[in-house]
Design a binder for this molecule. Structure first.
Ligand code: HEM
Length: 117
């Protein structure tokens, strides 16, 4: 069974994304980046994107990581903060720490394109 099905599929991914956004918006070190973001659209894109990251259905139709984050001048510190919030959102949604770690490895692989390095 793939990671996506193992953690509970779409329903769990939706829970994770909601907890993830709550964590981000409660953290003033990163919430400002989302001041002008349409969070309903962001939610839909994140659900689709994380489904793919979790080796589930490929349905993401948003912009590629390089294009989305270019101009934000993101550094390792912001990346680590977002990863921390995502990891916490996963465990709070019932994903085991081993499964969350496997998902985080897939997110880490995107670091170069998100930080533009
Ligand atoms: C850690 C890994 C990250 C992943 C997997 C990720 C993924 C995504 C995705 C899928 C989108 C949607 C793109 C679209 O709708 O076309 C997005 C948008 C966005 N990301 Fe990230 N991101 C990450 C890190 C970060 C970091 C570190 C920041 C800033 C602290 C950030 C800030 C944003 C903002 C502000 C948007 C919305 C842009 C807009 O309003 O158009 N992201 N991200």
């Amino acid at each position: 069974m793939g990671l996506y099905d193992k953690i509970g599929g779409q329903a769990t991914v939706e829970k994770v994304v909601d907890a993830f956004h709550k964590n981000i918006m409660a953290d003033s070190s990163v919430s400002g980046y989302f001041a002008k973001t349409d969070m309903a659209k962001q939610r839909a894109h994140q659900i689709a994107f994380f489904s793919q990251i979790l080796e589930g259905p490929s349905q993401y139709a948003g912009r590629p990581m390089e294009k989305t984050h270019t101009g934000m001048k993101l550094q390792q510190a912001q990346f680590d903060t977002i990863v921390k919030h995502l990891n916490a959102a996963m465990t709070a949604s019932g994903v085991s720490s081993a499964d969350a770690a496997a998902a985080m490895a897939n997110v880490e692989a995107l670091k170069g394109s998100i930080l533009g390095k």
